[in-house]
Ligand binder design. Structure first.
Ligand code: FES
Length: 209
């Protein structure tokens, strides 16, 4: 009788130890899950986007696309060999902007316009037009294309600061210059992603190569 009571006590204590272990493991699992969720939320804030290496063809076309960290843009070669990097999200509703090189069928439509000798940017949705320096020339875009700062172009490597953008140039006569740069007074802000949902509502007539 005494031995059976002893066995029962041993069973109960091993069951409660087992419960404690299961509970502890469940708690640990939960803590790991919470830590992973918090880390993934904070990751975009802590990752370093200030010196991002993007592919660049040293002897390529005037303009090349790039994409990194969910941001899209265009690298535009300058006459002196330097490169400027513009956001592909247009200033109005973040529609995707395409670069139209000289000689492209769409370029012919505006080829006589002054300032478009190196090609032009057109937004897919409302067809706002910008020169190769991202300056707005036509359409509802209230300011020019935002620009990423280029740290270095060296030996076929190009390094960009994707942590912020220099806001595009304000269109003349704009009532508020709160979100754009006026000459000599650059304004910086958060880079914007292209709104693919909005862009895809519009049918773009010609393939861009
Ligand atoms: S969406 Fe580009 S100008 Fe309106």
């Amino acid at each position: 009788m005494g031995a059976m009571a002893g066995d029962g006590a041993v069973h109960r204590s091993s069951r409660s130890a087992w419960r404690r272990l299961t509970f502890g493991l469940a708690l640990l699992g939960l803590a790991v899950l919470v830590a992973v969720a918090v880390a993934s939320m904070l990751w975009p804030l802590v990752e370093d986007r200030s010196n991002v290496d993007v592919p660049f063809e040293a002897r390529g076309a005037v303009a090349q696309r790039f994409s990194a960290f969910g941001l899209d843009g265009w690298l535009v070669r300058q006459a002196d060999g330097s490169v400027r990097a513009f956001s592909a999200a247009d200033a109005h509703l973040r529609c995707r902007v395409e670069f139209i090189p000289v000689g492209h069928p769409l370029y012919a439509v505006r080829s006589t316009w002054k300032g478009l000798e190196r090609g032009m940017f057109v937004d897919r949705c409302m067809h706002s037009l910008y020169d190769a320096d991202g300056k707005p020339l036509y359409g509802p875009a209230p300011w020019g294309l935002d620009e990423f700062l280029v740290h270095e172009v060296h030996g076929g490597r190009l390094y960009l600061d994707l942590s912020r953008v220099m806001r595009g140039e304000c269109s003349p006569g704009l009532s508020s210059t709160q979100y754009c740069s006026v000459p000599g007074r650059p304004r910086f802000g958060e880079p914007a992603r292209v709104d693919e949902g909005y862009t895809s509502r519009f049918i773009w007539p010609v393939a861009i190569r």
